[in-house]
Design a protein around this ligand. Sequence first.
Ligand code: ZN
Length: 75
Amino acid sequence: MGKEYVNCDRCGAQFESAAHGLCPRCTKEVVIVPKAEYDRLQERDKFLSCLEAAGVDNWEGYEDACAMRDVREDS
Ligand SMILES: [Zn+2]
């Protein structure tokens, strides 16, 4: 019985066994989160996209918000 190969769903690399349909390289980059948290993040992203489409970057508080984000990332 020969080895069976599958292709990674994400990067297309060929590998021997499937783990969530991803190759060992991509599996290292996968984060598993509860569905409720995933849904919450999706909703947040949807709303943020709406804000951006509505021109939130022209809002006077936008630069302050960017500065707050940068501080959080540094700490
Ligand atoms: Zn891959």
